[in-house]
Design a protein around this ligand. Structure first.
Ligand SMILES: *[C@@H]1O[C@H](CO)[C@@H](O)[C@H](O)[C@H]1NC(C)=O
Length: 151
């Protein structure tokens, strides 16, 4: 009983801190609780405006990028539903901040009738959930809509 209250309180602390301190990393906000993993999930559709009802884009290379880092933190391919998931270990998880990180997708030429045909779309990452077990947090993010980064 007491443990679940602590977990709930911790989640509320994370939520409150995120909204008031967007520049601060999650790891600094919860004394005694470490981030064990970050999962970032999203869907890529054939749209420049993030239309969720557009056809899914499969087999597209998706990159997780953060300001200040010249190389992507992770990469993945979309499945047949246009869905991808980044799973980041503790070492990389602490680097994830929604204010400086985002997801970039390079649409494979020919799979999606868009102009430009090999357009680059970008999406923000948004905190979805935090699950804390034995002082280790798994932080779940979902992406916002993928938008044409040149618009
Ligand atoms: C795609 O979505 C369908 C319907 O939700 C699901 O049954 C199928 O398992 C999904 N495919 C993959 C590769 O996840």
């Amino acid at each position: 009983m007491a443990k679940s209250n602590i977990v709930l309180l911790s989640i509320l602390v994370v939520m409150a801190s995120l909204s008031s301190l967007p520049m601060q990393g999650l790891s600094l906000l919860l004394p005694g609780i470490e981030i064990g993993q970050v999962n970032i999930r999203g869907d890529v559709t054939c749209s420049l405006t993030g239309d969720p009802n557009a056809p899914p884009v499969s087999n597209a290379k998706v990159l997780l990028v953060c300001a200040g880092s010249s190389t992507p933190l992770a990469q993945a391919l979309t499945d047949t539903n246009g869905t991808f998931v980044f799973v980041l270990n503790a070492l990389k998880a602490v680097l994830i901040r929604p204010d400086i990180c985002g997801v970039v997708v390079n649409l494979p030429a020919g799979t999606c009738e868009l102009y430009p045909p090999d357009g680059i779309l970008t999406a923000s990452i948004n905190l979805f959930n935090v699950v804390i077990t034995n002082l280790l947090a798994i932080v779940y993010y979902v992406t916002g809509p993928f938008l044409d980064s040149t618009v």
